[in-house]
Design a protein around this ligand. Structure first.
Ligand code: MLT
Length: 248
């Protein structure tokens, strides 16, 4: 089995994958969970150099150095945008792709405006309000207190510079929907049934664009956007079932 690289979302870091990494490692798999520049232990790139493409280059460097040049790659939300940029720039480095709680379209003008306002707010007041707003949107209707606390803890560790740069880069990201129609590798799409950010209908649209519906789509019950942390066992099972079908 090729190494598995899992790319975190915003504003999170590698720790969001604790459960998946442990589960897959216990089954003998080589799992790499990098921090993106500006998150976790990594320093931010200069603002004008921050983009989904620049993040993808960092992931590609890791795949070359730590995975022998090819891996199964999973991306959660913003990590999914990075995975799409990686698939466009270095398709040979991805043997199979797992899109988790993500989407392929670009921001609407309203979403972009919201990001710019949030950048202004973070610049002036720090990251607390952004984290509270996000926590209100990214969990299932009845989140468990422990998961909410852990997500908040990870978010609160991220620097304002990392958050601002990534927010700007996401606002400027391109639409990648056409990429799905061209991919000829196994695809997994995972979505929380209660995800209000990248909804089940977004996931269905992605599946329809992918190779005439050849992507495996798994909907996770009682989960919002943070499905890998809210319902880790169900997400782990979905990943394992997918990996068992791809034989890489
Ligand atoms: C994420 O979870 O990475 C973000 O919600 C992505 C986004 O803001 O588009």
């Amino acid at each position: 089995m090729l190494p598995i690289v899992l790319i975190h979302g915003f504003p999170l870091d590698a720790r969001m994958w604790e459960s998946q990494a442990e589960f897959l490692r216990k089954r003998g798999m080589h799992v790499i969970t990098p921090d993106l520049p500006g998150f976790g232990k990594k320093t931010p790139l200069p603002r004008e150099q921050t983009s989904m493409e620049a993040f993808a280059e960092e992931i590609h460097r890791i795949i070359v150095q730590e995975a022998g040049g090819k891996a199964v790659v999973g991306g959660f939300s913003m990590g999914g945008y990075v995975l799409q940029a990686l698939l466009r720039a270095h398709p040979e480095s991805v043997a199979a792709a797992m899109f988790i709680s993500t989407r392929t379209d670009q921001d609407t003008p309203t979403a972009r405006e919201g990001r710019l306002k949030s950048i202004e707010h973070v610049t002036q007041n720090g990251t607390a309000a952004l984290i509270d707003t996000m926590l209100g949107k990214i969990m299932a209707k009845q989140p468990t207190a422990a998961v909410k606390k852990r997500v908040k803890e990870i978010m609160a560790n991220q620097s304002a510079a990392g958050i601002i740069n990534a927010q700007l880069a996401m606002a400027q990201r391109r639409d990648q929907t056409d990429l799905l129609t061209k991919l000829e590798i196994p695809l997994l799409i995972v979505v929380g049934a209660e995800d209000a950010v990248s909804t089940p209908s977004v996931a269905l649209g992605m599946q329809a664009h992918a190779q005439g519906g050849a992507a495996m789509l798994v909907q996770i019950a009682a989960a919002g956007h943070m499905a890998p942390m809210e319902q880790p066992a169900a997400v782990n099972d979905a990943i394992l079932a997918f990996l068992n079908t791809v034989h890489i």
